[in-house]
Design a protein around this ligand. Structure first.
Ligand code: F3S
Length: 288
C-alpha cells in the first residue's frame, strides 16, 4: 500500500489561480474573442486547456473592437491599459493584488518624497508595469538588478526601496543593507510575495519523510527547477516531470511513501493526473 503526500504549498499561487478563474469567467459575457495579453502562465498544457475553452494568448496584433483582453497577474503599465480601453476592448484586470501593492507602494513613497529603488529584473513584465505606475505618479526611480546598479541611488538623500514580488530575499536584504549605509534616510516596503518561499519550505519538510519525491512543472520553469534541486539535496530519489506520462514504474519499486510538489505554474489538474497515475502504477491507496 503506497501513501501519496502532496506538499502543503504546491502548484499555482493565489495570483495565478485568480487570473485563470477570471479568464474562464470572462467567457460568459464575451461579445467578441477572448485573449490574454501574453501567455497567462508559462505552462503549455494549461495554455492549451484555456485555448480549448476559447481563451487565446496574444501579443495584441489581432485585437478587434469588442474583444475581451485579460491582463495577466504580472500587470501592465497604466498607459498600456488606457490604450486597450481606447481601442474599444473589454479589459479584465487580473493583476495579482500583491503586484498592485507594489504599484501603490511606489506612488506612496513618491508622495513622501523618496527616490524609488525597485529591486528586480529590468526586463520582467511585472517590473515594466510597476515603472509605468511610477511614471504615472510622477515619481523618480530605478531598477536594481545587480549590486553594480546601486550607484545612482546613493546620490539621493531619501531613498524608498521596494521589490519585484518574486525577488530573492537574500539579494533584497543585501541591497537594503548597502543603501542604508550610504543614504541619509531609507524607507523599505517589503513587497516580496511569500508564495515561492512557502513552496520551498514545504518541499524541505516533505522530502525527508518519503521514499520518492516527484516534482511537477515545466523543464524551463526556474522555480520548479529550484524545488527539484532542494528536494534532491535532501532526497536523492527525486524526479522532475512535466506530465504524468513521464512517470516510470521503476521509480516506485518497493516504495511505501511518495511525496509530490509542483512549481507555481503547474495547475491542480496536472497534479491530480500524476497522483492517479502513481496510484495506478503502485495499485495502492491514496492519502493526501
Ligand atoms: Fe503569485 Fe501574486 Fe505572488 S502572482 S507569486 S501570488 S505576487
Amino acid at each position: 500500500m503506497v501513501e501519496i503526500l502532496v506538499a502543503e504549498h504546491a502548484g499555482f499561487c493565489f495570483g495565478v489561480k485568480r487570473a485563470v478563474k477570471l479568464a474562464e469567467e470572462s467567457l460568459k459575457e464575451a461579445r467578441g474573442k477572448v485573449y490574454t495579453l501574453g501567455p497567462i502562465i508559462h505552462n503549455p498544457q494549461e495554455v492549451n486547456r484555456l485555448k480549448s475553452l476559447g481563451v487565446f494568448p496574444s501579443d495584441g496584433q489581432e485585437f478587434m473592437e469588442g474583444d475581451t483582453v485579460i491582463i495577466r497577474s504580472h500587470g501592465i503599465p497604466p498607459e498600456k491599459e488606457e490604450e486597450l480601453k481606447r481601442k474599444g476592448l473589454r479589459v479584465i484586470d487580473a493583476t495579482c493584488p500583491y503586484v498592485k501593492a507594489v504599484h501603490e507602494a511606489v506612488c506612496q513613497l513618491t508622495k513622501e518624497g523618496y527616490f524609488i529603488v525597485l529591486v528586480g529584473e529590468k526586463n520582467h513584465p511585472e517590473v515594466i508595469g510597476t515603472l509605468g505606475y511610477l511614471r504615472a505618479c510622477n515619481g523618480k526611480g530605478m531598477v536594481v538588478e545587480t549590486m553594480e546598479d546601486i550607484g545612482e541611488a546613493l546620490k539621493y538623500e531619501k531613498v524608498g526601496i521596494v521589490a519585484q514580488t518574486t525577488q530573492n530575499e537574500e539579494f533584497f536584504k543585501e541591497v537594503v543593507g548597502e543603501i542604508a549605509l550610504w543614504v541619509k534616510e531609507v524607507k523599505v516596503i517589503n513587497t516580496i510575495c511569500n508564495a515561492t518561499s512557502l513552496r520551498q519550505e514545504s518541499v524541505k519538510k516533505l522530502a525527508p519523510q518519503v521514499d520518492v519525491m516527484i516534482i511537477i512543472g515545466g523543464k524551463n520553469s526556474g522555480n520548479t527547477r529550484r524545488l527539484y534541486q532542494i528536494s534532491r539535496e535532501i532526497n536523492p530519489r527525486t524526479y522532475h516531470i512535466e506530465t504524468a506520462d513521464e512517470l516510470s514504474p521503476d521509480w516506485f519499486k518497493g516504495v511505501k511513501r511518495v511525496g509530490i510538489s509542483a512549481g507555481a505554474s503547474t495547475p491542480d489538474w496536472i497534479i491530480e493526473e500524476v497522483k492517479d497515475k502513481i496510484k495506478e502504477i503502485c495499485s495502492g491507496s491514496l492519502v493526501s
